[in-house]
Design a protein around this ligand. Structure first.
Ligand code: HAM
Length: 421
């Protein structure tokens, strides 16, 4: 293994591609900031117990994929595999739910860790932007979140994504369905692992991708037929609000998410250009999570969109984001005196908010002009001894190649006016 190799299942974000990640994070968070969501940041690790209780012992995420470890002091911690449990924990700790202002609406952006088998679009370290609306049971809140994610993806120019929608019922109707499904599944011809899953998490069996299993699942009881009236009415309202907002979705009664805390509304954003790891984002309602981690009853809803997969989706659709060039002006000094003078000009330009870079390292005109070209700058300022003696610098338009002398004292003003035209 080379010393310079990132750990298995991870990769580095490096320029210029890294700019896309920043742009995606910005595009996803912008509609949230515009809709009353406040920014929250929680630690990269938590007590392992939080995820075991919150996400669920029976999930793959907790039982197989968690980076759990014991500290030197004997505390059992885990790198966060997801954000919802942490955000709710933080909201409870800060008593945000007691400020009389429900729902508490929060958004976050960060790194998450799952010890999964790496493949295209599936990593051990990945990043999400997420949103949680805590403490309100209102179909408009579920609809709001789905609409905002849709808006984010549309702003990015994505078109080939679909929204899958389902209701998982609540603590009244789901147990009845679970029993019925277990009864059905126990009669099938399934391997040991799957039989075990029937007892722990039977809904996940519906998600089995194997054709021979799917064949046997024909005729399985469907949750839709077991939803209680309250869940049905709630779901219908979410669907109507989405339709009224012009957000297209597909009812997917087989949509079961990989985390245990979901109730009622669940949804996934899938992208058709990504192969097997097609879920770019997902979420839903988690009315029981607060109680599961020892808090009061706080019905809530949220989602997280994967930044890595969203970037892959952009690439799959061939979308080039219009990223502003990182550098507008590049300064090339010829000689010691010019270096000092131009460095001063660079500082001044930067203080004026003009993105400026400088030819460091005294590599001579040819090398410096190469750097200027690579930087994408629209203008280069060049100055040598003769220019300085005349009190001017040369401003070169990198696109047309035109060059003109401008008095040193007017450079900033001149560039500001040229860049704004
Ligand atoms: P999740 O479906 O586990 O949900 O993850 C959300 C998104 O994170 C996925 O759709 C995917 O884009 C990305 N993601 C997950 N695992 C990986 C991975 N190994 N590599 C790359 N990307 C990945 C949650 O995490 C819930 N906390 C969402 C939520 C918020 N539900 C309610 N509130």
């Amino acid at each position: 293994m080379s010393t310079f190799q990132a750990p298995k299942g991870t990769y580095d974000l490096i320029p210029p591609r890294s700019a896309k990640f920043l742009a995606v994070r910005e595009a996803i968070s912008a509609p949230l900031k515009n809709s009353g969501y406040g920014y929250i940041e929680t630690p990269g690790f938590e007590n392992v117990e939080l995820f075991a209780r919150g996400v669920g012992e029976s999930t793959d995420i907790v039982s197989k994929e968690m980076y759990a470890f014991e500290t030197k002091g004997g505390t059992k911690l885990a790198l966060r595999p997801e954000g919802t449990a942490s955000v709710l924990r933080a909201a409870l700790e800060a008593n945000l739910h007691k400020a009389g202002n429900l729902p508490v609406k929060l958004w976050y952006s960060g790194s998450y860790y799952r010890y999964e088998r790496p493949q295209a679009g599936r990593y051990r370290h990945f990043s999400q932007v997420g949103a949680e609306a805590i403490g309100a049971e209102d179909p408009a809140l579920d609809a709001e979140l789905i609409i905002l994610a849709d808006q984010a993806y549309r702003t990015l120019g994505l078109r080939e994504f679909r929204i899958l929608l389902n209701s998982l019922g609540d603590k009244e109707c789901r147990p009845v369905y679970r029993d019925a499904l277990q009864g059905f599944l126990r009669e099938l011809d399934l391997d040991e692992d799957t039989r075990r899953r029937i007892e722990i998490n039977p809904l996940r069996v519906l998600d089995d991708k194997r054709a021979d299993v799917q064949k046997q699942l024909v005729g399985a009881p469907m949750l839709r037929d077991y939803l209680c009236d309250a869940c049905k009415a709630y779901h219908e309202e979410v669907r109507e609000l989405l339709t009224a907002a012009g957000v297209a979705f597909e009812d997917d009664e087989k949509l079961v998410r990989g985390l245990d805390y979901y109730t009622r509304t669940t949804f996934e954003f899938v992208h058709d250009g990504l192969g097997s790891q097609s879920a770019v984002g997902g979420g839903g309602r988690y009315d029981g999570l607060s109680e599961m981690i020892g808090g009061p009853e706080l019905p809530s809803v949220g989602w997280a969109l994967g930044v890595d997969r969203t970037v892959l989706a952009l690439e799959a659709e061939g979308i080039e984001l219009e990223l502003p060039a990182s550098t507008s002006v590049f300064a090339v000094p010829l000689g010691e005196e010019a270096r000092r003078v131009l460095f001063g000009v660079v500082t001044e330009l930067r203080r004026e908010g003009i993105a400026t870079d400088f030819a460091f390292g005294g590599r001579g005109l040819k090398g410096a002009m190469k750097s200027a070209n690579r930087s994408g700058a629209r203008y280069t300022i060049v100055a040598g001894e003769r220019d300085l003696a005349e009190g001017v610098v040369q401003i070169k338009n990198m696109e047309s190649g035109e060059q003109s002398a401008v008095a040193l004292g007017r450079v900033v003003e001149e560039l500001r006016s040229r860049l704004s035209s």
